[in-house]
Design a protein around this ligand. Structure first.
Ligand code: HAM
Length: 419
């Protein structure tokens, strides 16, 4: 799990803000969900035989008598979203488009781009069965990449995995084909033959992949209606100018999906190249005890997007401090606090750091410089007597003494007037 401090923390926060603004542009509504949910939710939602549920959840042993359910730190947000909206009566016969941003937890082996606590920004939508929702979700993600200037770095991969029944039929055929040659499969895939045969498709082992070349194909088991829907989605994306590849091997590691599944991938991050993933889950609400309600969504992995922005050059975080107010002399302490308040009221975009604790001006100016501020403002005895403040650019430009009104005007001209 990572600590976020200094510039990295600023960048993560700036990234969240900029992307959430895009979600708001699409009028998705914010959700805040608990970090803990009952393990049963993820077993039923994500699936018993998935890696997430089988081996990656952080479990919390119940300590109190009234706690009947075993709890887990949430490994993902979709099941929780369904649980929450369902419990609040917000799903049946309704339309919902929501988003969430926060930590998820998975006990995986950490490496670059993979952490045990990581941040997701996710969108989920309910009540829309048509492929126009899938297209809107994809357009929303595409807009996020454009906003960050990384649209040239990510590619959209899509697949149609049909219904659960289609996949069972396909799984049966796949197992029959592979069983006769099980000895050639890698150990993980052998295990998955009985637990989750579709996951064999995204095995990284070459021998397994070459066995699969001759295997039955999922597409052959998907209904005509579902294939038609997928074709409609591809057409909508074409109209939007959003390019995609169909990746037949894309099956996703969570069990709730049907029909459309998607991943946005990059080559710039090594093994952990999926920056965003999702799909349709039309049976999930029912599976979790609600009435049948179609749904779809995706989640962005924020650390991976941040790594991609950094690789790109992207200065995501803006300055922590714009102006540093130096306060010279005990007598200036109260007027300085009042000056800072007046400036913050007049200039909503100005990040003003007041010097606290007194001391010599040259020391204060050193602090101002180290803070990264573009401007030092100086309030000392001479300035106080003249009812002025010294305005001193720290990165080039000449100093001047200004009254409050002129100072505000100058800072406005510097671009600190409007957020
Ligand atoms: P997921 O593919 O498990 O899907 O995760 C979505 C994204 O979260 C991944 O593509 C990746 O960018 C990021 N991610 C996952 N695990 C880690 C990790 N250990 N460290 C860093 N980043 C990670 C879901 O979670 C689904 N709930 C997405 C969804 C929403 N489907 C429909 N709606």
């Amino acid at each position: 799990m990572q600590d976020w401090t200094g510039p990295a923390a600023r960048e993560l926060q700036a990234l969240e803000r900029r992307l959430m603004a895009v979600f708001e542009q699409f009028s998705y509504e914010p959700l805040r969900l608990p970090m803990l949910e009952s393990v049963a939710l993820f077993k039923r939602g994500v699936g018993e035989a998935t890696d997430i549920v089988e081996k990656e959840m952080f479990l919390i042993e119940p300590r109190h008598e009234e706690a009947r359910d075993q709890l887990a730190l949430r490994p993902e947000g979709t099941a929780s979203t369904v649980r929450a909206l369902q419990q609040q009566g917000l799903l049946f016969n309704q339309h919902q488009r929501v988003y969430y941003c926060g930590s998820m937890f998975r006990y995986e082996r950490p490496q670059k781009g993979r952490y045990r606590e990581f941040y997701q920004l996710g969108a989920e939508a309910f009540g829309y069965a048509g492929p126009d929702l899938d297209a809107e979700l994809i357009a929303l993600a595409a807009q996020c990449w454009r906003e960050l200037g990384i649209d040239g770095q990510v590619r959209l991969q899509l697949n149609n995995i049909g219904s659960a029944a289609d996949r069972r039929a396909f799984g049966g055929a796949l197992v029959r084909y592979l069983e006769s040659r099980a000895a050639e499969l890698d150990a993980d895939s052998q295990r998955r033959l009985s637990s989750n045969p579709l996951r064999i498709l995204d095995s990284k082992h070459e021998a397994t992949q070459s066995l699969l070349l001759e295997a039955p194909r999922l597409e052959e088991f998907v209904s005509a209606a579902s294939q038609d829907r997928f074709a409609q989605l591809q057409e909508l994306l074409g109209d939007l100018g959003i390019e995609h590849e169909v990746n037949e091997r894309l099956v996703r590691g969570l069990d709730y999906y049907n029909d459309t599944v998607l991943e946005w991938v990059t080559d710039a991050l090594g093994a952990q190249g999926t920056v965003c993933a999702g799909g349709r889950y039309d049976s999930l609400v029912e599976q979790l005890g609600g009435r049948a309600t179609p749904g779809a969504g995706f989640a962005i992995g924020l650390e991976r997007v941040l790594l991609l922005c950094q690789a790109q050059d992207g200065a995501l975080g803006d300055a922590a401090v714009d102006a540093y107010l130096c306060v010279v002399g005990e007598a200036q302490r109260a007027p300085a606090l009042a000056l800072a308040q007046a400036l913050r009221e007049a200039l909503p975009a100005l990040k003003l750091r007041s010097h606290l604790g007194g001391g010599k001006l040259d020391k204060q100016l050193k602090r101002a410089d180290a803070s990264g501020a573009a401007i030092a403002l100086i309030l000392g005895p001479a300035e106080a007597d003249a009812q002025q403040v010294q305005y001193k650019p720290l990165r080039g430009g000449s100093a001047q003494s200004l009254g409050l009104e002129a100072l505000v005007q100058q800072l406005r001209e510097d671009g600190y007037g409007q957020r």
